[in-house]
Design a protein around this ligand. Sequence first.
Ligand SMILES: Nc1ncnc2c1ncn2[C@@H]1O[C@H](COP(=O)(O)OP(=O)(O)O)[C@@H](O)[C@H]1O
Ligand SMILES: [Mg+2]
Length: 146
Amino acid sequence: MNVCIDQIAELGIAIPWPLQDYTELAAVPAAVSCARLHARKILAEWHLNGQAAELVVSELVTNALVYGGLLPGAAARLWLSSDGERVLVQVWDSSCQMPALRDVQPCAESGRGLVLVDSISEDWGTYRPARLPGKIVWSVIAVGMT
Ligand SMILES: Nc1ncnc2c1ncn2[C@@H]1O[C@H](COP(=O)(O)OP(=O)(O)O)[C@@H](O)[C@H]1O
Ligand SMILES: [Mg+2]
């Protein structure tokens, strides 16, 4: 089953996959490594091979902190969901501006985060959630069991 953007938009943040986790991140320098370690721990608890999902979490949370808005409260929100075969990573930030895959030149020093997400993910995209301002960037990654 491919999880398409319309399904995710319809279901919002309540994806009915049996494994679910949610955490909030503050705009502090350690937030990206905290998010990555958090994802590693949760996926290990779920007995899933988490390396690819960890990379996606790292890139999406970095972007949320760099490009997100400045509303009070959490700077980024991270949902992890799984059906045991795929992991759905969803990262919220308060900016309404949507991310855009860049055409990256070989000598460019930035702009590869979403290229990496695109290459790792079965599918990815963005949507504006009904119950929050800003947007969610999501990615579905195929994972193996540990
Ligand atoms: N969460 C986000 N909110 C708004 N814009 C974003 C977000 N994430 C990415 N972008 C936009 O998409 C572009 C590409 O992102 P990325 O591939 O991660 O490269 P980089 O972060 O190095 O610029 C960014 O330069 C930015 O303009
Ligand atoms: Mg980036």
